[in-house]
Design a protein around this ligand. Structure first.
Ligand code: GFB
Length: 310
């Protein structure tokens, strides 16, 4: 990827796309294409093809996707499988026809088998059944990975496929019905603090283990791989640090300065019991995470909420 390249970011208004756009601009990449949903309907193959023909991007970060936390994935599986399957197929096909030089397509940690040995290595993909709460999203992403690798092989395209772990940060979605656990808990603790509520309820048992990566780190990995990686083998992108949902809740409560009780609603789904990626291949290329969980949570809280005087 060169400074003179025309770079298309699909999903530039999303959390990761927004961070990527900012970091590329700071790095003096000036020829950025960042169409909004109103500018370009990615579910419409003709529109996508016409856009690629007109703008001729050299490099594509295909980040547009329907994403959400455990509740949204479990409630809208039809939308998750349809939107993601169609959007990625349209983008790959338009990229093929217009001769894009390099394309990045993120897979997801949730495509790995639910009970894969931990930390999960890349070779575990399709080695067992995935977690049922996100099977539709995972199926679309697995289809995308196979399609990307098939296009790379048959049409000699340069497509790279990082596998991001659970990502959070500034620009996250705080809608309780759609959000992932970090924005959901930050908002719930903040509102409980504001209203002096005695108790905050966390979904599930609190026992699941998760690995989290700050959005700027994922954006930096995508740029790093765009510059330093040219294989279509999937490559894990995480921090290799994990935390239980219970400990995460306590950490967020501390940042928000909430001192009430934390309890657990075991009727809600836990999802995968443990999800940590083995990112040693990425680390071996020379990349290391920059933002710790505590620092990332602090940045996110200060950006999105006003601290309440004690
Ligand atoms: O972040 P989350 O929805 O993603 O949930 P997943 C992580 C864990 O936090 C689960 C618990 O065990 C949840 O039960 N949790 C506790 C909560 N309280 C809450 C809450 O208020 N909101 C949410 N959302 N969770 C998603 C997949 O799985 O991970 C997606 O469904 C995607 O497909 C994403 O891959 C990265 O890690 O369980």
């Amino acid at each position: 990827m060169r400074l003179s390249d025309t770079i298309l970011i699909t999903g530039a208004s999303g959390m990761i796309g927004g961070a990527l756009r900012r970091i590329l601009q700071e790095g003096h990449y000036t020829r950025l294409l960042v169409p909004s949903h109103a500018d370009l309907e990615l579910r419409d193959a003709r529109q996508v093809e016409a856009y690629f023909t007109k703008h001729k991007p050299d490099v594509v970060f295909h980040l547009a996707a329907r994403v959400g936390g455990i509740h949204a994935n479990n409630t809208y599986p039809g939308q998750f499988v349809y939107d993601n399957t169609v959007i990625q197929a349209n983008v790959f096909e338009a990229a093929r026809k217009s001769g894009v030089k390099k394309l990045l397509f993120p897979g997801s940690a949730c495509t790995y088998p639910k009970l894969a040995p931990q930390p999960v290595q890349e070779k575990e993909l399709m080695n067992g059944p995935v977690e049922p709460t996100n099977i539709a999203y995972a199926a679309a992403k697995i289809n995308g990975i196979i399609m990307a690798q098939s296009y790379a092989r048959e049409y000699d395209m340069n497509i790279i496929i990082p596998m991001p772990t659970n990502t959070y940060g500034v620009g996250d979605n705080f809608d309780p019905k759609a959000s992932h656990v970090i924005p959901a808990l930050m908002r719930r603790f903040h509102e409980a603090k504001q209203k002096s509520l005695p108790e905050v309820v966390i979904w599930g048992s609190g026992a699941p283990l998760r690995e989290f990566i700050y959005v700027d780190d994922i954006a930096q990995i995508f740029i790093f791989l765009m510059q330093n990686y040219d294989a279509h083998d999937i490559i894990n992108a995480g921090t290799m640090q994990e935390i239980s949902i219970k400990d995460l809740a306590a950490k967020i409560a501390k940042i928000v300065d909430y001192s009430g009780k934390i309890s657990f609603d075991a009727t809600k789904s836990d999802g995968a019991p443990r999800k940590m990626l083995d990112s040693s291949r990425l680390f071996g290329l020379g990349w290391k995470p920059q933002v710790s969980l505590s620092e990332g949570l602090q940045r996110m809280y200060e950006t999105h909420f006003t601290r309440i005087a004690a």
